[in-house]
Design a protein around this ligand. Structure first.
Ligand SMILES: Nc1nc2c(ncn2[C@@H]2O[C@H](COP(=O)(O)OP(=O)(O)OP(=O)(O)O)[C@@H](O)[C@H]2O)c(=O)[nH]1
Ligand SMILES: [Mg+2]
Length: 432
């Protein structure tokens, strides 16, 4: 009814009105307003409008309601005054806190947290089958412990007895729902395993290609997809939107010296990235872990760039990719502040300056990638049987041949080879 009053003649869908709640902890690294700005962008990406926010300073969460009782009262009146539909907590709240808050705020106010919001956006942006399955799995795993709150009114009705209460005897609606969700979770896991097995085969095929593999990692909206497009001439979707990319894309490109490398673009990172999502996206993120070089793409025009770098390093640590060779790429240099850039360069002297939009810094970036790739090369002496014509061709294409002679049954080659090709040739190494 309130909606109809606000926009009496409009037939356009009315966006959900959201209210944000943030907590400052003793060890909070991000200024709370920054974190809430980001939460607001996430809410907008999911189609909501943010009508207000509140912040509380706490040492630990209040067990029942996450925030203190005074703040809950304040929240209740804010929600009424601002006609809020959904309250979004910046931190993960427990299922029982969510259900208690829902009771206190009353129907039909929804209480969600950053995790649920990100899961929602992922659901909207997933395109491939694997991407969709991964998101569905994470969503159901998030939902399962929260079902109690949703169905508590039904459970209460059943204890009252009478008609209806005998339906599904021995099993409450809640249990039926839980069982259904658990079944669906195990089906999804099975389907994902199948897909991942196939992906494993593809990965093996790719392994049998000697190309040096580069993965793009970075905060969401840093410009990873644009960088991929600029370097490889592709048309991957890039948008001024959080989590525009979910599914990995790999493209090949040839470096100025003639060396073939592949570039993989994948899901962006964010601070407080829900652990369940990292778990669900393990196979996608495996692309990053198995890369020979990680390009850490940073939006230098964003004033939170340093915190973004830290958040990206945290996720890389979590997926076991912290020790991989990496190169920091300062992207969006075309719109960065000169003074800030100079300060940042002092702090990260090895970083490469780049603009995916204008292509400025492209030569420098390719040269650094080339140097990294060459650092992996191995000098080998091979005796290749004549039947291994394909391998010899790869050695010529990908390696640097220093000497070549022809024997009765073998081609004898001394060459500098990229690591993956060297591995493929290892069994033909001439140790005599
Ligand atoms: N000015 C400027 N804008 C850029 C540059 N690179 C990317 N952008 C813009 O930044 C926005 C995000 O770019 P994307 O390439 O989609 O970023 P992403 O890192 O792939 O983001 P997600 O997939 O959402 O994680 C887009 O609006 C791009 O046009 C750049 O070098 N300069
Ligand atoms: Mg992208």
């Amino acid at each position: 009814m309130a909606r109809a009053k606000r926009i009496p003649h409009s037939t356009a869908p009315v966006p959900e009105r959201a209210f944000l709640v943030g907590v400052v902890w003793r060890d909070t690294r991000w200024p709370i307003e920054k974190s809430l700005d980001e939460l607001e962008r996430l809410a907008e990406t999911a189609g909501a409008v943010v009508v207000g926010r509140m912040v509380q300073r706490l040492d630990t969460p209040v067990p029942r309601t996450f925030i203190g009782s005074g703040k809950v009262q304040e929240l209740i009146s804010m929600v009424r005054n601002l006609e809020v539909d959904t309250v979004i907590f910046d931190d993960e709240i427990t299922p029982s806190q969510q259900s208690n808050l829902e009771k206190l705020l009353g129907e039909p106010i929804k209480i969600i947290d950053r995790t649920a919001l990100i899961l929602d956006i992922f659901g909207l942006h997933a395109r491939t089958r694997e991407g969709r399955l991964q998101v569905q799995l994470a969503q159901l795993q998030y939902l399962l412990p929260r079902l109690r709150g949703m169905w508590s009114h039904l459970a209460k009705e059943q204890t009252r007895g009478g008609i209806g209460s005998r339906f599904g005897q021995g099993e409450t609606q809640l249990e039926v729902d839980r069982r259904m969700i658990r079944n669906r979770i195990s089906t999804l896991k099975g389907e994902l395993k199948d897909l991942q097995r196939r992906r494993g085969v593809q990965a093996k095929e790719r392994l049998s290609s000697p190309a040096f593999r580069i993965a793009l990692a970075g905060y969401t909206n840093a410009g990873k997809s644009t960088l991929l497009n600029t370097l490889t001439g592709s048309q991957v979707l890039s948008e001024d939107k959080l989590f525009a990319t979910l599914d990995p894309t790999t493209r090949a490109m040839t470096l100025p010296g003639g060396r073939l490398v592949t570039l993989t673009d994948t899901v962006g990172f964010i601070q407080k990235l829900p652990h369940g999502l990292v778990e669900a996206f393990k196979s996608t993120l495996a692309e990053v872990r198995s890369a020979d070089l990680i390009l850490k793409v940073v939006d230098v025009a964003d004033e939170d760039r340093t915190r973004h770098i830290e958040a990206v390093d945290d996720v890389l640590q979590e997926i076991g990719a912290a020790e991989q060779p990496s190169l920091v790429v300062f992207n969006k240099c075309d719109i960065a502040d000169e003074v800030e850039l100079a300060a940042l360069r002092r702090r990260y002297p090895d970083a490469v300056l780049f603009s995916a939009r204008t292509g400025a810094g492209r030569d420098g970036l390719l040269e650094r990638i080339g140097t990294q790739a060459a650092a992996d090369d191995r000098l080998m002496t091979l005796a290749l049987p004549y039947a291994q014509g394909n391998l010899l061709r790869l050695v010529h294409e990908q390696g640097q041949v220093l000497q070549e002679t022809y024997g009765a049954a073998h081609t004898h080659v001394v060459a500098k080879l990229p690591r993956r090709l060297a591995d493929m040739c290892a069994r033909f190494e001439d140790r005599s």
